[in-house]
Design a binder for this molecule. Structure first.
Ligand code: DC
Length: 237
């Protein structure tokens, strides 16, 4: 059980891992099965990057240091259905473009940016605990089990070969961008993972007490079943 402040403690499941490993899909499916709230921390970094790209004055480029002052009026909220709101306006798309993905990875290396993103995650969990609106939360990202919620009830770290991850990402993005090639996706993934793993603050790595699952040869359902078995204490179907 996880206890933030007050109210009945809720379960908190941390699911970390690199890009393209399928974290979002399995986290979402597991949250549905358990009736838990699902929060993707990557969406918070993506929203911050998008906001800076579109609102910073003077204009901000991802190669520059993040302009934290530009984030002063920034308020992000992810509702129960997973829809994201920036300053109370619904955010439809633009978060998964190549430019925004790269910008999110670049800004996430800065401690001040991470502090702000961590705060959004902790506030969300605290609100759910206070409202007792869900009996648990699934948080997905890179550093949930190591930094944001090191006392999470259950921790998983998903891995898969670079080839498999690139193919999964390629399939996801192909419809939106028919000009995309598998080689380009693999290269972008490698660059971002390298940055996420080597940064000084909260690098991508498995918590010592996380269960590591190599998903290369597993279907989404098999991964969810395995996590569900662990969380619920039941035998894996
Ligand atoms: O999970 P994602 O691909 O949507 O995340 C986008 C970027 O955000 C990723 O390149 C690294 C960063 N990120 C992070 O640093 N820490 C997290 N907990 C989640 C994402």
């Amino acid at each position: 059980m996880f206890h933030v402040k007050q109210g009945k403690p809720i379960n908190l499941i941390a699911i970390d891992g690199p890009g393209g490993v399928g974290k979002s899909s399995v986290s979402h499916a597991l949250a549905e099965r358990l009736g838990y709230y699902f929060l993707s921390s990557g969406m918070i970094y993506r929203a911050m990057a998008w906001y800076m790209l579109h609102n910073a004055q003077p204009r901000w480029s991802p190669q520059d240091e993040p302009n934290l002052a530009a984030l002063d009026p920034f308020h992000v909220r992810i509702d129960a259905s997973g829809s994201l709101w920036i300053n109370d306006a619904p955010m439809a798309d633009g978060l998964h473009t190549e430019e925004n993905s790269k910008a999110a990875s670049l800004i996430s290396a800065y401690p001040d940016v991470r502090e702000r993103a961590d705060q959004v995650q902790r506030d969300t969990v605290r609100r759910i605990e206070e409202e007792q609106s869900y009996s648990g939360v699934i948080l997905e990202g890179r550093d949930i089990g190591t930094v944001v919620f090191p006392a999470a009830t259950h921790k998983f770290f998903l891995t898969a070969s670079e080839e498999v991850r690139a193919e999964r990402r390629f399939k996801e993005q192909q419809a939106d961008d028919p000009a995309l090639t598998l080689a380009a996706v693999r290269e972008a993934l490698r660059e971002r993972d390298g940055r996420d793993e080597s940064r000084d603050v909260a690098p991508l790595k498995a918590a010592p007490d996380a269960e590591v699952i190599d998903t290369s040869q597993l279907s989404q359902e098999q991964v969810v079943n395995r996590m569900w078995a662990k969380v619920s204490g039941a035998a894996s179907p």
